[in-house]
Write a protein that binds this ligand. Structure first.
Ligand code: GSH
Length: 412
């Protein structure tokens, strides 16, 4: 008998086992037609899990409930993977982080989110306690991740799979950008791993929630009726720590559109860059410096602050790739080159960016969390050495600063 998962697509608890299965080369079937609240309350289901909760994994040796136990089982089915570490102490640390993320992270996200959805009684002190305990957990995780790419060792373990699934519940429901930006290493860790192929295959594209959902009344979890706001409603008032939904404001014009016109047209430069197939120095680089308008634009070098973590080539490439994806919002106002240098880890991520305006645009600093993972230095174009570095970065010169290029990515 094959392995059969009783759950539904998108359930963050069963995602743990499906991601572990991708790493371990295990196949799990999930029959369609599962109906929450119906299928999991049948006598057959209750024989597998007396609580009637999902997920449940049916195995040739009998059913398993509790998502962490299921993921542990799946991760060990094929002995030859590193999901469980390579020593007793690594194994213990993996278990440590699994418990930590289940109790200190998932538990507190759950106590913040679920009462808001009307599935548990809501109270302001209860929510405040959950948020404050969650912040304490995230702070500890953030400190650990400041100097570690993964929770344990130098590759993905079951601890990462379970922690990322737990964080995914938070990122997709209550943890807005303004909440998570206090934990930049957790953000980097989460977005890097959730975009790795074995995660992405299971969870798809993940988007961070833009607001904390409004409080729904108990018993009306599906869709609460809009109540006219009473003046005095202290019980339903959200604590200060929680962001409330705001009425949508009309979209303000980007301040960069209000800058005095520049003789440099960014699209012209991008076209020249893309269309130059030979004599790059003489055509594209010369063209760039002829066009460059230091009044209307600025040039910036960036250097990744945590290159020591960049031991694995594809993880480093994904990290930089994710950064460029998130820069999408600046496409009208920026051009960038990112070089990933070195032929073996640690790989160094170095970049050159051209931004409209004399500074790095504020909306980019605010919206793209990767920005703070890099050291930014404004290029002094009166310094010939710096100008030459700019030219070399644009043309993917190799070796660059004495090192081979693992890759060069362009943002245009
Ligand atoms: N600790 C359990 C939690 C299971 C759980 O709460 N499952 C929810 C869906 S995510 C459920 O089945 N709820 C139905 C119910 O409570 O009857 C695990 O990790 O598997």
């Amino acid at each position: 008998m094959a392995l059969v998962m009783h759950s539904y697509k998108g359930n963050k608890n069963s995602d743990k086992a499906f991601i572990a299965a991708e790493f371990a080369g295990v196949k799990i079937d999930m029959p369609s037609g599962f109906e929450m609240g119906v299928t999991n309350k049948t006598p057959e289901f209750l024989k597998m899990n007396p609580l009637g909760k999902i997920p449940v994994l049916e195995t040739p040796e009998g059913p398993i409930f509790e998502s962490n136990a299921i993921a542990r089982y799946v991760s060990r089915l094929n002995g030859d993977n590193s999901l469980n570490g390579s020593s007793l102490i690594e194994y213990a640390h993996i278990e440590q982080w699994i418990d930590f993320s289940s109790l200190e992270i998932y538990g507190n996200i759950f106590n913040w989110f679920v009462p808001r959805m009307g599935f548990m009684p809501y109270s302001v002190p209860g929510e405040e306690a959950a948020i404050s305990a969650l912040k304490r957990g995230l702070e500890a995780l953030n400190t650990h991740l400041a100097s570690n790419t993964y929770l344990v060792g130098h590759s993905v373990t079951l601890a990462d799979i379970i922690t990322v699934c737990n964080l995914n519940l938070g990122f997709s429901t209550v943890m807005t950008k303004s909440f998570t930006s206090a934990f930049p290493h957790v953000e980097r860790y989460f977005w890097t791993l959730i975009n790795q192929p074995n995660f992405k295959k299971v969870v798809g594209d993940v988007k961070q929630t833009e607001s904390v959902p409004p409080i729904k009344k108990a018993g009306q979890p599906a869709k609460p009726k809009e109540q006219p706001k009473k003046k005095e409603a202290p019980a339903a008032e959200a604590p200060k720590a929680v962001e409330e939904e705001e009425a949508p404001k009309p979209k303000a014009k980007n301040p960069l559109d209000l800058l005095p016109p520049s003789p440099m047209v960014l699209d012209e430069w991008k076209r020249l860059y893309s269309n130059t197939k030979s004599n790059f120095r003489e055509v594209a680089i010369k063209g760039f410096w002829d066009m460059y308008d230091p009044e209307g634009y600025s040039l910036w070098f960036c250097d990744y602050k945590y290159n020591d973590e960049n031991m694995v080539s594809f993880v480093t490439l994904n990290k930089v790739g994710g950064f460029l994806q998130r820069m999408d919002l600046a496409r009208k106002y920026a051009f960038g080159k990112m070089l990933i240098c070195g032929s073996e880890g640690p790989f160094k991520a170095k970049g050159l960016w051209l931004f409209r305006g004399p500074e790095i645009p504020k909306f980019v600093m605010d919206e793209v969390y990767d920005m703070e993972l890099y050291e930014w230095t404004k290029v002094d174009i009166s310094d010939e050495a710096q100008k030459e570095r700019v030219s070399q970065m644009i043309e993917d010169a190799e070796p660059f600063e004495g090192e081979a290029l693992l890759d060069a990515k362009c943002f245009k």
